[in-house]
Design a protein around this ligand. Structure first.
Ligand SMILES: C[S@@+](CC[C@H](N)C(=O)[O-])C[C@H]1O[C@@H](n2cnc3c(N)ncnc32)[C@H](O)[C@@H]1O
Length: 241
């Protein structure tokens, strides 16, 4: 039986180095953890979810693929039922960027630790990048995957060593600009189109709240529009302490 794992989750898995324990928070079906164990990428997986039903499905799938002895199952809102040292790698995938940011904000003990975080937002990636930067965290690597009609960014994040990001960098991170990703030009074009629509919509709006945000979006658009579609492939970037 073949594991029905998506290209999106396969990219998350690819970005995880060999390690001891991976926590997959918001696991749902548990496919990511099952794949990691099958591939020998880690020794143990903690599969966690907010709800019983997805957790039961992860448990059943782990048994069907005979990896249940190397997986544990934790009912938890985000990281509430976790402790420092529980994992080497934390994955938050397939959730909105705002929810991922909220889960991370609720776990101040992550700051300065040596965990690697693999983050894959379904939406609001710019808000997530802004939250990471405000926390002083560093997007070490970022890659793209096309799944169906969607393009997703997957970030490998260190909970230290980062600095502020400009509005444009919140939409297209320095890590992505230097990654040489084959989907970079397509991603850039999509981000630019979305920002153009947002700026156009805000220009027509009479809502004072929109006017307050207009400068942010205009600045992001100007920076994104100035980017070279092949990226900064020859530019390295050290962590910004
Ligand atoms: C769309 S699924 C994503 C499943 C898998 N991670 C993936 O990328 O395919 C989102 C999962 O996150 C879970 N979830 C939502 N809020 C959560 C929270 N606060 N803490 C833990 N899990 C949560 C949901 O119950 C659901 O199973």
């Amino acid at each position: 039986m073949k594991l029905p794992i998506s290209k999106r989750l396969l990219l998350c898995a690819e970005m995880i180095p060999p390690c001891q324990t991976v926590a997959d928070v918001g696991t749902d079906h548990g496919y990511l953890g099952i794949h990691l164990l099958q591939a020998g990428r880690c020794a143990r997986v903690i599969a966690s979810d907010l709800r019983e039903k997805p957790l039961a499905s992860a448990r059943a799938n782990a048994a069907a693929f005979a990896v249940q002895e190397r997986m544990s199952f934790v009912l938890s809102d985000g990281l509430h039922n976790f402790n420092p040292g529980d994992f080497d790698v934390l994955v938050l995938a397939g959730m909105g960027g705002d929810l991922i940011a909220r889960i991370l904000a609720d776990a101040p003990w992550l700051d300065g630790g040596d965990s690697l975080l693999i983050l894959q937002p379904q939406s609001a990636a710019n808000d997530l990048r802004r939250a990471l930067a405000e926390r002083g965290w560093w997007i070490e690597r970022e890659r793209l995957v096309r799944d169906g009609q969607f393009l997703y960014a997957v970030m490998a994040v260190r909970p230290e060593g980062g600095g502020p990001l400009t509005p444009g960098e919140q939409y297209v991170s320095p890590a992505l600009r230097r990654a040489g990703d084959p989907l970079y030009a397509a991603y850039l074009a999509r981000v630019r189109r979305a920002l153009e629509l947002t700026v156009r919509g805000i220009s027509r709006s009479a809502d004072p709240a929109d006017q307050a945000r207009a400068a942010y979006y205009r600045e992001a658009l100007a920076e994104v529009a100035s980017l070279n579609a092949v990226g900064d492939t020859d530019v390295g970037e050290a962590p910004r302490a």
